[in-house]
Write a protein that binds this ligand. Structure first.
Ligand SMILES: [Zn+2]
Length: 180
C-alpha cells in the first residue's frame, strides 16, 4: 500500500491508494455505487483524489482506488483536470493498443487494446450533466477508470500476456502511458 502525503500543511490529510496486495483490495473488485446528488462530502473527496493523483504522478484515479466504492473518477491529461461522476461510455470507435499501468498495480505495465475514441456522459463536479468526446490518451484513461468503477483491472483487458512486464517505480511514471 502506498501512503501518499497530499498536502504539506496536512489540511486534507493523507490518502491511501489501495493496491492489489492490500488488505482492502476487495474494493477494487466491487461494482461501485452511483453517486446521485453531489454533496459537499463528494466535493471534498474529489479534491483529495485530484491531489492524490498528482502526488502519485498518475493521469487518472477512481474512487475505489482510495477505498470509496462510488462511481466517480478524476483524470488529468494535457494539464486539464476532468471530473466524471456517474459516467457512462455511450459510444466507442476504433482501436489502439498501447502500454498502460495502474496506481493500484504498482511496478507492472502491459499492452492493452482500447477504443481510440469514446463519448462519455455523466456529471461534472458541480453535478451538471456533461457529454465529452475524447480520443487518444484521455479516451484510454476514461476507459481504464470506468473499468475501475465496474471492478475491472487493466490486466483483465490484456490480450497478449507476453507484453506484461515489470518496471521500476521511476520507469513506471515515465512509461508511454502513465499509471491511472
Ligand atoms: Zn488504475
Amino acid at each position: 500500500m502506498t501512503k501518499v502525503a497530499i498536502d504539506h500543511h496536512d489540511r486534507l490529510g493523507a490518502v491511501e491508494i489501495v493496491t492489489v496486495d492490500s488488505p482492502k483490495a476487495g474494493v477494487l473488485r466491487r461494482r461501485a455505487k452511483p453517486v446521485g446528488r453531489v454533496t459537499a462530502d463528494m466535493q471534498r473527496l474529489i479534491d483529495r483524489m485530484i491531489n492524490a493523483m498528482r502526488e502519485a504522478k498518475g493521469v487518472g484515479l477512481a474512487a475505489p482506488q482510495v477505498g470509496v466504492s462510488k462511481r466517480v473518477f478524476v483524470a488529468e491529461v494535457e494539464e486539464r483536470v476532468h471530473v466524471f461522476i456517474d459516467p457512462q461510455i455511450v459510444k466507442k470507435d476504433g482501436e489502439e493498443i498501447s502500454s498502460e499501468g495502474c496506481l493500484s498495480v504498482p511496478g507492472i505495465v502491459a499492452d492493452v487494446p482500447r477504443a481510440l475514441q469514446v463519448t462519455v456522459k455523466g456529471k461534472n463536479r458541480k453535478g451538471r450533466g456533461i457529454t465529452i468526446a475524447a480520443e487518444g490518451l484521455l479516451a484510454r484513461v476514461i476507459q481504464h477508470e470506468v473499468d475501475h468503477l465496474d471492478g475491472v483491472l487493466f490486466l483483465d483487458r490484456v490480450v497478449d500476456r507476453s507484453t506484461i512486464r515489470e518496471v521500476t517505480a521511476s520507469t513506471e511514471v515515465e512509461a508511454a502511458t502513465p499509471p491511472a
